[in-house]
Design a binder for this molecule. Structure first.
Ligand code: FAD
Length: 319
């Protein structure tokens, strides 16, 4: 099948553009390398708990997040940890899943190669069972460094080098996240409820994740490192997890020295440090190729949704 648009990346930006294009009667296919949707809006189930180890809550940061909160209000609850914050008690990926409803999605499809023939963009995936995908327009709704890796698979041309040059200006900060569980009674001993402020050079901030759940049976926390700490432990992040946990225990007190369970997650592309300052990047190829994502405009959910919307507007304006 030849789709009107193929969108690589089912984060907020990719989901927003796919919804928009499909609602205008065009055919869209969404591809994501992960098992689920949401990208950095991510929820993990661990030992009977659910933790949002990426974006912790939604806030009305502008018109797009305001609209999202209104549209999915049935899934969201105000989160007492921060005024104006909303979270999904069943995990924030519920919002991404709701956005993906009705869309054609290939998950576990890591796009490794793109090329352009006279009629269409052709996408190849890493797995043997990933079918080649053909589309008249291609949107890369993925972090700029990952988009560059795909653009690098195109034959050299002025259009290819121009778009790679534009995207190369974007730098991302990494983040090391530690998810940790304790008996529920330990919540009384937390130095701060809801939001946790780190001190020093290792732990930057954290969230009492279980305070977002309806009937938590344990205390679960997401602890996020500073970018410099994540950078330093990029190649040995298992050690980084232990150091970050020890830093948390040193800050929170001995009541937190015996967690029930611990798991780490490394965000290689967590927060754009140098956003581009433009809503969407348009390549000068014979067929439309656009790049979008939070990194175009900022480092927030609002930036991701706004960029996805701008990519959709651009494509729809082409007729
Ligand atoms: C720890 C953490 C905390 C955060 N806290 C906040 C916050 O408090 N407030 C806020 O507004 N924002 C926060 N953010 C940022 C927010 O989550 C992002 O700005 C937003 O989710 C980015 O959406 P996106 O669609 O641009 O990119 P992503 O969510 O990164 O989506 C990109 C998608 O592309 C997929 N992909 C990449 N390469 C390929 C490929 N080759 N083939 C197929 N699929 C591919 C990925 O699997 C991913 O699903 C946080 C992020 C993190 C990590």
């Amino acid at each position: 099948m030849l789709y009107d648009v193929a969108v690589v990346g089912a984060g907020l930006a990719g989901l927003s553009i796919a919804q928009q294009i499909q609602s205008h009667g065009r055919t869209v296919v969404l591809l994501d390398k992960s098992r689920g949707v949401g990208g950095r809006v991510a929820t993990r189930r661990l030992h009977d708990a659910r933790l949002d180890h990426g974006l912790p809550y939604f806030q009305a940061q502008g018109p797009h997040t305001q609209h999202l909160i209104e549209q999915y209000s049935e899934l969201l609850q105000p989160w007492p940890g921060k005024p104006g914050a909303y979270a999904a008690p069943i995990g924030n990926t519920a919002i991404a899943k709701a956005m993906a409803a009705g869309l054609t999605l290939h998950s576990q499809y890591c796009v490794t190669e793109i090329h352009l023939d006279s009629l269409a963009w052709i996408l190849q995936g890493a797995a043997m069972d990933n079918p080649p995908i053909m589309a008249r327009a291609l949107v890369l709704a993925i972090p700029a460094p990952q988009a560059i890796a795909l653009l690098d698979t195109l034959p050299p041309s002025p259009a290819q080098s121009a778009i790679i040059q534009a995207l190369a200006r974007v730098v991302f900060d990494p983040c090391l996240t530690v998810m940790v569980g304790y008996p529920l009674s330990r919540q009384e001993k937390l130095p701060q409820r809801g939001m946790i402020q780190g001190r020093g050079t290792k732990l930057q901030w954290g969230i009492e994740d279980s305070s977002k759940r309806e009937q938590p049976n344990q205390l679960s926390l997401c602890l996020h490192s500073t970018p410099a700490f994540a950078e330093d432990h990029h190649h040995d992040w298992a050690t980084g997890v232990n150091i970050l946990l020890a830093d948390w225990i040193a800050q929170a007190g001995p009541a937190f020295s015996d967690p029930l369970w611990v798991q780490g997650h490394r965000w290689r592309y967590a927060f754009p440090k140098t956003p581009l300052g433009t809503e969407v990047v348009v390549g000068q190829f014979a067929m439309p190729l656009l790049c979008c994502g939070d990194w175009c405009l900022g480092s927030t959910a609002e930036a991701a949704l706004a960029s996805g919307q701008a990519a959709g507007d651009w494509l729809l304006a082409q007729g």
